[in-house]
Design a protein around this ligand. Structure first.
Ligand code: BG6
Length: 484
C-alpha cells in the first residue's frame, strides 16, 4: 500500500516553549518525521521561541540532540537531519515582557500560513495572544495551538476561552487533545461510519455495555507537582476519555467536517447523567519493590488525589438509555494497554440450549500498543459429538493488515500539527465542548472533595483497587483483563 502524502502550503510555525519537554519529546521530532514524509515545503520555517539565550545554531544543535534521543538511528539519516535543521530558527523572547517581540515580528512572514504553538503554561496564553496582536505579527488567518490542561474547572476554562477570544476567532483556535490524533481513535469513526455492519447494532438494543480502559504503567514521578493538583479525573477523563466516549456515542455527523463532528460530540456531553458516589472508585498506588508510592512521587504525604479512577457513566438519550459506559484509567497498572470494548447483548433465544462456553460478542478496539481490532464471535467447536460452541477472535492487527504503513503509524502530534497547517479543526476541541466537559466533571469532583473521599490503595502492577471490580460485579458484568 502506498502512503499518500497530502501536500501543505508553505508555512511559518512558531513554537513558544521550544526548549520545553513537550517540544523536545513530541513537537520537534514529529515535525522531523513530517519532513521525511515530504510535508515540509521548501520555504517553510519553524521558529523556536523561549526565554533562554540561544543562537539559531545552538537551537539546531539542541533539536538534533532531541532527535537523537527520541528517534531510532535508522529513522534519522544524516542528510535528512541536515535538511530539516535548515528550516529551524530561534528567537529569544519574554512572554510577559517586551524583549524579543520586534525580532519575532521581523522574522515572521504575513503571506504564508501562520501557526503559533503555545507549548507553555496556560497562565501565559493571554500574554502571548495579546503580544502577537500588538506587535502586528498574527494575521486574521493565523492559527494558534493550545495544549491541555485547558482549565482546571469550568470557571478557569471559561476564562481561558474569553482570554483567547479577545484576540483570535474560534476558527483560529486549535485546542489539542492528542488522543484525537491517534490513528485508532480516528479509525473508530471509520469503523462506525464507513461500514454498514456495525451501525444498525450500535445502540442500547444490541449493546450491553461499553468499557473504555486507558491503563498506564508509568507513575507520576517527575510531574507530581502538576499531577497532584489534577488527578486522573482532570488529567485523563475530562479530556481524553471524554473524547473517546463521544466518538463511540455520537450520532453520525452529516459530513466529516469540524462543525458537524463537534456538534455531535457536544450533544453527547450534554446528555451525560451526573455520576453519584456509588458509581465512582478512586485509587492511589502504593509503593513496592523499591518503587515509590503515589504520595512519595507527589511529595505530598496527605494527598487525597487519585492516580486511578473508574466510573459508571450513563448517556441519557434514545440511543443509549440503559447501556452504561464503564471508564477506567490509572497509573502504575499491570500493563500499558488502552482499549475500547463494545460488549454486545446475548442472542434473544439460544437454540443450542444452555451453553457453558457461550460468550457475548465483543468488538475490542485497541488504541495502543499493537493497534488493531478484534471481533469475538461464537462458532462450533470442531469435531463430531454434538454442537459445542466456542469463541474465536476475528483478529486484525493494523501492522499485519496494512504492512509497513500499519507498522509505522504517525504519532498523534504529527498528524495534528499538519491539520493545523491545513486549517482543519475536525480533530480539535471547540471551546463549548471543553466547557461542557468541565460542567459535567466539576460536580463529580466537588462531590468527593466535600466527602473528603480517600482513594483506595492499590498495588503497583495490579489492575487497580479491588473496589473497582464491584462496580461491574454488582451489575453482573466484569472488566476485561488489562494486558498488552
Ligand atoms: C497526558 C497525561 O495528557 O496523556 C498523562 O497528562 C498521560 O498523564 C498521557 O500519561 C497519556 O498519553 P499516551 O499517549 O501515552 O496514552
Amino acid at each position: 500500500m502506498v502512503s499518500r502524502v497530502i501536500p501543505v502550503d508553505p508555512f511559518d510555525l512558531v513554537v513558544f516553549g521550544a526548549t520545553g519537554d513537550l517540544a523536545r519529546r513530541k513537537i520537534l521530532p514529529g515535525l522531523f518525521r513530517r519532513y521525511i514524509a515530504g510535508q515540509i515545503p521548501e520555504s517553510s520555517r519553524i521558529t523556536g521561541a523561549a526565554r533562554a539565550e540561544m543562537t539559531d545554531g545552538a537551537f539546531r544543535t539542541f533539536v538534533a540532540s532531541a532527535l537523537e534521543e527520541f528517534l531510532d538511528a535508522a529513522k534519522r539519516p544524516d542528510e535528512a537531519v541536515k535538511g530539516f535543521l535548515a528550516h529551524l530558527h530561534y528567537v529569544r523572547l519574554d512572554a510577559t515582557g517586551e524583549a524579543g517581540w520586534d525580532r519575532l515580528a521581523a522574522r515572521i512572514r504575513r503571506d504564508v500560513v501562520q501557526a503559533f504553538y503555545f507549548s507553555v503554561a496556560p497562565a501565559l496564553f493571554g500574554d502571548l495572544a495579546e503580544r502577537l496582536h500588538r506587535h502586528g505579527i498574527a494575521t486574521a488567518s493565523a492559527r494558534i495551538v493550545v495544549e491541555k490542561p485547558f482549565g482546571h474547572d469550568l470557571d478557569s476554562a471559561r476564562a481561558l476561552n474569553v482570554t483567547l477570544a479577545a484576540h483570535f476567532a474560534e476558527s483560529q483556535i486549535y485546542r489539542i487533545d492528542h488522543y484525537l490524533g491517534k490513528e485508532t481513535v480516528q479509525n473508530l469513526m471509520a469503523v462506525r461510519f464507513a461500514n454498514i455492519l456495525f451501525e444498525p447494532l450500535w445502540n442500547a438494543r444490541h449493546i450491553d455495555h461499553v468499557q473504555i480502559t486507558v491503563a498506564e504503567t508509568v507513575g507520576v514521578g517527575g510531574r507530581g507537582a502538576y499531577y497532584d493538583t489534577s488527578g486522573a479525573m482532570r488529567d485523563m477523563v475530562q479530556n481524553h476519555m471524554m473524547q473517546l466516549l463521544c466518538l463511540i456515542a455520537m450520532e453520525p455527523p452529516y459530513e466529516f467536517e469540524p462543525g458537524a463532528v463537534r456538534d455531535e460530540k457536544l450533544k453527547v456531553i450534554h446528555a451525560l447523567e451526573p455520576v453519584g458516589p456509588e458509581d465512582i472508585v478512586r485509587g492511589q498506588y502504593r509503593g513496592s519493590e523499591g518503587r515509590l508510592s503515589y504520595v512519595e512521587d507527589a511529595e505530598n504525604p496527605g494527598s487525597l488525589t487519585e492516580s486511578y479512577i473508574a466510573l459508571k457513566v450513563e448517556v441519557a438519550n434514545w440511543r443509549w438509555k440503559g447501556t452504561p459506559f464503564y471508564l477506567r484509567t490509572g497509573k502504575r497498572l499491570r500493563a500499558r494497554a488502552s482499549e475500547i470494548a463494545i460488549v454486545f447483548k446475548e442472542v434473544p433465544h439460544s437454540i443450542f440450549g444452555d451453553e457453558e462456553g457461550w460468550r457475548e460478542n465483543v468488538l475490542a478496539i485497541r488504541l495502543q500498543p499493537n493497534e488493531g481490532m478484534t471481533l469475538s464471535v461464537m462458532i462450533k467447536e470442531p469435531g463430531p459429538g454434538g454442537m459445542r460452541l466456542t469463541e474465536v477472535p476475528l483478529d486484525m492487527s493494523f501492522a499485519e493488515a496494512l504492512g509497513a504503513e500499519g507498522a509505522d503509524i504517525p504519532d498523534a502530534y504529527e498528524r495534528l500539527i499538519m491539520d493545523v497547517i491545513r486549517g482543519n479543526q475536525t480533530l480539535f476541541m471547540r471551546g463549548d465542548e471543553v466547557e461542557a466537559a468541565w460542567a459535567w466533571a466539576d460536580p463529580i469532583i466537588a462531590g468527593w472533595e466535600a466527602r473528603e473521599d480517600r482513594p483506595k490503595g492499590y498495588d503497583s502492577g495490579s489492575s487497580g483497587p479491588e473496589d473497582a471490580l464491584m462496580l461491574l460485579h454488582r451489575d453482573g458484568r466484569r472488566w476485561r483483563e488489562i494486558r498488552e
